[in-house]
Design a protein around this ligand. Structure first.
Ligand SMILES: NC(=O)c1ccc[n+]([C@@H]2O[C@H](COP(=O)([O-])OP(=O)(O)OC[C@H]3O[C@@H](n4cnc5c(N)ncnc54)[C@H](OP(=O)(O)O)[C@@H]3O)[C@@H](O)[C@H]2O)c1
Length: 249
């Protein structure tokens, strides 16, 4: 019997990378998984890959009406929600001098506003004792070139998590941040690193990571499962860095 047997888990950005790996693991551990993303075709393909009756729903986390619709759909189909992994995120790497207002707004709309209103709208359908996992980034602790706005948007998540850990304690809902270091996912191409430049990028990252390599989505998924399950039953309000030790340097 899986450790999430009979539980309902919603993962935003579950059609790719870390979210998809977590969705596969949660489903294999017995959860009824719901994933979201903006690209309908990849959401549908991902739901099929996950199997176990996973449901894929399309929408933009920057749009609060999307969260309302999701909450309504989850209550209608499954009664309530046990696990919310707010994982959708975007990273636009630019020196601060070159950041446009649109770059700023896009990152804050997805990475901060989307997380805030996602949690706000999901709480009425979340069961007491639920777990919230927010995907942050080590960028909010470690200064990385071109990451000022992204880092700030992810730092907001840390503040939300610590506040919510206290606000929600009476309901037994635990709230934690999972902060990945560099992980090989589609986000690299989206950050403007072309496929042919990826080996050089991976080598550069490996040199900057004490464990000598980038992370794999499965490694983040296992850490997400830890925070989403009873394995972490005495943990709330933490920032779990899964970064091969990169923040140490
Ligand atoms: N990979 C890394 O090195 C790394 C390091 C630190 C932190 N992170 C964080 O980890 C999380 C997952 O990233 P990943 O590496 O797995 O990247 P990814 O493969 O690019 O996945 C990002 C996911 O977010 C979804 N998404 C983006 N904007 C959205 C929006 N406005 N509304 C709804 N969904 C949206 C994407 O789906 P659609 O495109 O279909 O919308 C996609 O499923 C992100 O929060 C990222 O910031 C990643």
């Amino acid at each position: 019997m899986g450790v999430l047997e009979g539980q309902v888990a919603l993962i935003t950005g579950g059609n790719s990378g870390i979210g998809l790996a977590a969705a596969k693991l949660f489903a294999a551990e017995g959860a009824q998984v719901v994933i979201t993303g903006r690209r309908q075709r990849t959401v549908e393909e991902a739901a099929e890959q996950i199997g176990f009756g996973a449901l894929g729903l399309t929408g933009d986390v920057g749009d609060s009406a999307h969260h309302d619709a999701l909450a309504h759909e989850i209550a209608r189909r499954f009664g309530a929600l046990d696990i919310y992994m707010a994982n959708a995120g975007v990273n636009i790497i630019k020196n601060s001098a070159d950041v446009s207002e649109a770059d700023y707004d896009d990152q804050f709309a997805t990475n901060a506003r989307g997380v805030f209103f996602g949690v706000q709208r999901m709480l009425p359908v979340m069961r007491d004792g639920g777990r919230i996992v927010l995907t942050g980034s080590i960028a909010s602790d470690k200064i990385l070139d071109g990451h000022a706005v992204y880092a700030a948007s992810k730092a907001a998540i840390g503040a939300f998590a610590r506040t919510w850990a206290l606000e929600l304690k009476a309901r037994g809902i635990r709230v934690n941040v999972l902060s990945p270091g560099p992980v090989n996912t589609e986000i690299l191409a989206k950050m403007g690193i072309p496929a042919e430049a990826q080996p050089a990028f991976e080598k550069m990252m490996a040199d900057a990571i004490p464990l000598g390599r980038m992370g794999y989505p499965d490694e983040l998924a296992r850490a997400a499962l830890f925070l989403a399950s009873d394995a972490s039953s005495f943990i709330t309000g933490i920032n779990l860095r899964v970064d091969g030790g990169m923040t140490l340097l």
